[in-house]
Design a protein around this ligand. Structure first.
Ligand code: WTA
Length: 653
């Protein structure tokens, strides 16, 4: 302990992996990490090929590990596998058949433990239910569920029959759901009557009905899980209850052999322009990379109880609640609830109840816990914990220190993991037994990941200097395409940084710097994406939602720093004609955005203004609005501003 305090007083706080942790870890020292890293760098195909052979089950071996025709990568070309087989069937021939695969805790306090044997049976039956409704390999299936085991069962069932899933976060509104159903041309939607969140039953089926009413013509059927027992309207011939459909099905459903490059899922995420984009992930590379990162980063052992608090509606839930842990045969906890006034300590109760060893959450949650006070976690027994993780946004060093001290009891390494929907798996992270950590830094690249910080021409910047975070070599779980829009795929990720001819760099959209030890420090988005509580929201999406209100003439949305949520949404709005600007209208607009996108996009502040600052070419100068929103002085060049008096008016507003 005293070591820790001493090092805190120094400028550079450095935490070495505890010896007891390192001794038992998969990767035990900095030297072992360096060896893995250089093996992967010198011959990536050999490195990934060997791991694919050792760690996964293949129905047919690949002909080539990698085919890289920038920006299109194909991994394990010619190989065949099924991720649901790797997550289920192969664990059934050992003692793991009766091991807990999923431990689920509902918000009202109900719970379920599902063994690998049971999960396999459930998945097979539900896969047959999907088939009975005509779902075939290649058909897209949307999943719009609360955090209940059926979400994981549905994903695995889709994967089993080769129907790519598109999970839509249950907090999205009917409109947002509809956009995603239409874009993916989903054939079927799996939903629930509702889910419990913050002591209320949230309606989901109702949102699906609204989405379908507004037009999602590809959808033929809806399967409804009964969760809250709320009244729902079932349309005969279209809607089926999960609990009526599934039990009739055979528990025999062989996993479909999938080509390694067959699409596994689409997941929508926000970008800086236009509608959310459907990030496409495929089977083999995604399975291998999420498997290896889960194993080495969370140092996941058969005896561990592992808990990631994300929602399956986000990539973190896909890779690190469902696929990565189950592929490793681990026990993964799913929790329906979130900390709430009636039960601010619910996370710590879950840790105590199940003896959770590995806990992975988001900085925004940690900041909320700090506010609630350490008496709450201190009242629980958290001694089972041996490793902590964070994801979603940069973690401020003080939150890191609190997490380390109060939750980790000063003894648990923290893995600060940087990655994205598009990367499929964790890219920059400590390996907990090998890499000393610095609060606020996601440290080093995972073996096989070649990351750099460059300027717009692709030239590496000097250490300590800020620049654009890029990935220089393909990796197995990389984004393959934007669904239905390959131009957007090229443009968004491969054409921002323009290096020498023939060189392709993956542009992450984040700013970062690297220190003298080669540690990465991610600073945040450099594009018009706002990160609210670790959720990515495009400013354009929120602006479009605002402008779709009849009284709004124009809107500009920016992020401003927020102590709790990282960033908060600040909207500048100009109104139509002689509309009176008042508090009621503000409230109405907030409600309108919530209805269009969902509560996660709720503006924290709306400021009415007659005019928005624009360049002479008519582009809104967001940089100025960002300064105004965060109460900073406007610095930098304002000479391109069309009308200088606009700024004074905005300041007064
Ligand atoms: C941010 C979530 C700093 C980053 C897995 C990235 C982070 C975006 C970290 C992706 C981290 C995620 N440190 N920033 N450890 N993790 N981010 O697609 O801006 O929802 O580009 O994936 O979150 O968000 P996404």
């Amino acid at each position: 302990m005293s070591d820790t305090i001493e090092s805190i007083l120094q400028e550079e706080r450095l935490f070495n992996p505890p010896t007891e942790f390192s001794e038992r870890a998969y990767v035990r020292s900095g030297r072992e990490y360096e060896q893995l890293y250089s093996r992967a760098a010198s011959n990536p195909e050999k490195f990934w090929g060997e791991l694919a052979e050792q760690e996964l089950h293949w129905f047919k071996k690949w002909d080539r590990v990698l085919d890289w025709q920038p920006p299109f990568a194909q991994w394990f070309v010619g190989g065949q596998l099924n991720i649901s087989h790797n997550c289920l069937d192969r664990h059934l021939h050992s003692w793991r058949r009766n091991k807990a695969a999923i431990i689920w805790e509902g918000e009202p306090g109900d719970s379920r433990v599902i063994t690998y044997g049971e999960l396999h049976r459930e998945v097979c039956q539900f896969a047959n239910a999907l088939k009975s409704l005509g779902v075939q390999k290649g058909d897209r299936v949307a999943i719009y569920l609360p955090m209940i085991p059926e979400a994981a069962i549905a994903m695995l069932a889709c994967a089993r029959i080769g129907a790519p899933h598109s999970v839509v976060f249950g907090g999205f509104s009917a409109e947002a759901l509809r956009d995603r159903l239409v874009d993916a041309e989903a054939k079927l939607v799996i939903t629930a009557d509702g889910g419990f969140r913050k002591d209320k039953a949230i309606a989901l089926k109702q949102e699906v009905d609204k989405a379908l009413e507004h037009g999602a013509p590809s959808v033929e059927n809806v399967i409804v899980v009964q969760r809250t027992k709320a009244d729902v309207t079932m349309t005969a011939g279209r809607d089926y209850w999960w609990h009526e459909l599934k039990p009739q099905q055979s528990a025999h459903c062989p996993a479909e052999p999938m080509d390694s490059e067959d699409m596994l899922f689409i997941l929508y995420t926000s970008g800086s322009t236009g509608k959310p984009k459907g990030v496409v992930h495929t089977t083999g590379g995604y399975n291998l990379y999420t498997h290896m990162t889960t194993k080495w980063i969370f140092d996941l052992k058969d005896t561990d109880v592992y808990w990631c608090t994300a929602d399956v509606g986000w990539i973190t839930g896909h890779s690190y609640i469902v696929y990565g842990p189950l592929s490793n045969g681990a026990t993964t906890v799913m929790y329906e609830g979130v900390p709430r006034p009636s039960n601010p300590g619910c996370f710590w109760d879950v840790i105590e109840k199940y003896g959770v060893n590995i806990f992975y959450t988001a900085p925004t949650a940690i900041r909320a816990f700090i506010r609630m006070g350490e008496a709450i976690p201190n009242a629980r027994d958290l001694s089972s914990l041996r490793l902590l993780g964070t994801v979603g946004e940069p973690i401020n060093p003080e939150a890191w220190m609190w997490y380390h001290r109060v939750i980790g009891g000063g003894k648990c390494p923290i893995v600060d993991t940087w990655w994205q929907t598009e990367t499929g798996g964790i890219m920059l992270t400590p390996l907990p037994g090998a890499i000393p950590t610095k609060p606020g830094s996601c440290t080093r690249p995972f073996p096989g990941i070649v990351a750099d910080i460059v300027d717009l021409d692709g030239n590496p910047v000097e250490s300590g200097q800020g620049g654009f975070l890029v990935i220089k070599q393909p990796w197995p779980s990389m984004i393959r395409d934007v669904y239905g829009d390959t131009d957007r795929f090229r443009f968004t990720y491969w054409e921002h940084i323009q290096p020498k001819e023939g060189q392709y760099l993956y542009f992450a959209g984040d700013g970062a710097r690297r220190d003298a030890d080669g540690y990465f420090w991610v600073m945040g988005r450099v594009d018009d994406v706002i990160n609210v509580s670790g959720h990515r929201l495009g400013t354009m999406e929120i602006e479009s939602a605002l402008v779709s209100h009849p009284l709004v003439a124009e809107a500009a949305v920016v992020g401003r720093p927020d102590e709790l949520t990282g960033e908060a949404i600040f909207a500048f709005v100009s109104l139509e004609g002689n509309t009176e600007a008042n508090e009621d209208l503000k409230k109405e607009l907030v409600k309108h955005v919530t209805a269009e996108i969902g509560a996660i996009a709720r503006p924290a502040e709306i400021r009415f203004t007659d005019v928005l600052p624009k360049t002479r070419s008519g582009k809104i100068m967001r940089r100025l609005l960002r300064s105004l929103a965060s109460g900073q002085e406007i610095s930098g060049d304002t000479s391109t501003l069309e009308d200088r008096t606009v700024l004074d008016k905005l300041r007064e507003g």
